[in-house]
Design a protein around this ligand. Sequence first.
Ligand code: FES
Length: 110
Amino acid sequence: MKLIVTDQAGVVHELEALEGWRAMEVIRDWGLNIKAECGGACSCATCHVYVDPNWADRLHPPTEEEENMLDSAADATEESRLSCQIIMTDELDGLELTLAPSAAKDEAAA
Ligand code: FES
Protein backbone atom coordinates (compact mmCIF):
# COMPACT_ATOMS: atom_id res chain seq x y z
CA MET A 1 0.00 0.00 0.00
CA LYS A 2 1.05 3.56 -0.54
CA LEU A 3 1.38 6.62 1.62
CA ILE A 4 1.74 9.89 -0.28
CA VAL A 5 3.69 12.45 1.71
CA THR A 6 4.53 16.04 0.83
CA ASP A 7 7.56 17.21 2.77
CA GLN A 8 8.24 20.67 4.20
CA ALA A 9 9.98 21.65 0.94
CA GLY A 10 6.89 20.75 -1.11
CA VAL A 11 8.40 17.58 -2.58
CA VAL A 12 5.91 14.72 -2.97
CA HIS A 13 7.07 11.24 -1.95
CA GLU A 14 5.21 8.02 -2.72
CA LEU A 15 6.15 5.70 0.13
CA GLU A 16 5.54 1.97 0.27
CA ALA A 17 3.70 1.30 3.53
CA LEU A 18 2.77 -1.83 5.44
CA GLU A 19 -0.57 -2.57 7.05
CA GLY A 20 -0.50 -2.08 10.80
CA TRP A 21 2.36 0.41 10.73
CA ARG A 22 1.93 3.89 12.06
CA ALA A 23 2.10 6.53 9.33
CA MET A 24 4.84 8.17 11.43
CA GLU A 25 6.96 5.01 11.30
CA VAL A 26 6.63 4.77 7.53
CA ILE A 27 7.63 8.43 7.09
CA ARG A 28 10.55 8.11 9.50
CA ASP A 29 11.83 4.83 8.08
CA TRP A 30 11.90 6.27 4.56
CA GLY A 31 14.13 9.02 5.89
CA LEU A 32 11.81 12.00 5.51
CA ASN A 33 12.15 15.06 7.74
CA ILE A 34 10.11 14.03 10.76
CA LYS A 35 11.32 14.32 14.32
CA ALA A 36 8.79 12.06 16.09
CA GLU A 37 10.65 12.67 19.29
CA CYS A 38 8.58 10.47 21.61
CA GLY A 39 8.59 7.49 19.26
CA GLY A 40 4.81 7.25 18.95
CA ALA A 41 3.68 7.73 22.53
CA CYS A 42 1.41 10.68 21.69
CA SER A 43 3.40 12.99 23.92
CA CYS A 44 5.50 15.26 21.68
CA ALA A 45 3.52 16.55 18.62
CA THR A 46 6.69 16.45 16.49
CA CYS A 47 5.04 13.94 14.15
CA HIS A 48 2.47 16.59 13.20
CA VAL A 49 0.97 16.27 9.70
CA TYR A 50 -1.85 17.84 7.72
CA VAL A 51 -4.30 15.30 6.31
CA ASP A 52 -5.64 15.90 2.80
CA PRO A 53 -9.31 16.91 3.23
CA ASN A 54 -10.38 14.06 0.91
CA TRP A 55 -9.06 11.60 3.46
CA ALA A 56 -9.96 13.25 6.75
CA ASP A 57 -13.29 11.42 7.13
CA ARG A 58 -11.67 8.06 6.69
CA LEU A 59 -9.49 8.43 9.77
CA HIS A 60 -10.77 7.62 13.23
CA PRO A 61 -11.40 10.81 15.20
CA PRO A 62 -8.53 12.03 17.39
CA THR A 63 -8.49 11.04 21.04
CA GLU A 64 -8.54 13.75 23.67
CA GLU A 65 -4.86 13.05 24.27
CA GLU A 66 -4.06 13.67 20.60
CA GLU A 67 -6.15 16.86 20.53
CA ASN A 68 -4.36 18.15 23.59
CA MET A 69 -0.99 17.54 21.98
CA LEU A 70 -2.09 19.24 18.76
CA ASP A 71 -3.21 22.24 20.78
CA SER A 72 0.43 22.70 21.74
CA ALA A 73 1.58 22.90 18.09
CA ALA A 74 1.68 26.52 16.93
CA ASP A 75 1.11 25.57 13.28
CA ALA A 76 -1.90 23.32 13.90
CA THR A 77 -4.97 23.68 11.67
CA GLU A 78 -8.27 21.83 11.27
CA GLU A 79 -6.42 19.32 9.09
CA SER A 80 -3.81 18.53 11.71
CA ARG A 81 -3.22 15.05 13.10
CA LEU A 82 -0.39 13.24 14.79
CA SER A 83 0.98 10.74 12.30
CA CYS A 84 1.89 8.28 15.07
CA GLN A 85 -1.83 7.94 15.79
CA ILE A 86 -2.67 6.95 12.20
CA ILE A 87 -2.43 3.19 11.71
CA MET A 88 -2.17 2.07 8.10
CA THR A 89 -5.03 -0.14 6.93
CA ASP A 90 -6.30 -1.20 3.51
CA GLU A 91 -8.81 1.65 3.57
CA LEU A 92 -5.96 4.14 3.94
CA ASP A 93 -4.04 2.89 0.89
CA GLY A 94 -3.05 6.09 -0.94
CA LEU A 95 -3.50 8.37 2.08
CA GLU A 96 -2.14 11.87 1.43
CA LEU A 97 -0.33 13.74 4.20
CA THR A 98 1.78 16.88 4.37
CA LEU A 99 4.53 17.24 6.96
CA ALA A 100 4.00 20.25 9.22
CA PRO A 101 6.89 22.69 9.73
CA SER A 102 6.85 21.79 13.43
CA ALA A 103 7.55 18.12 12.58
CA ALA A 104 10.93 18.97 11.05
CA LYS A 105 14.05 17.71 12.79
CA ASP A 106 15.69 21.06 12.22
CA GLU A 107 12.69 23.30 12.75
CA ALA A 108 14.76 26.03 14.34
CA ALA A 109 16.92 26.23 11.23
CA ALA A 110 14.04 25.96 8.74
S1 FES B 1 5.79 10.73 17.74
FE1 FES B 1 5.43 11.91 19.49
S2 FES B 1 3.33 12.40 19.38
FE2 FES B 1 3.72 11.22 17.60
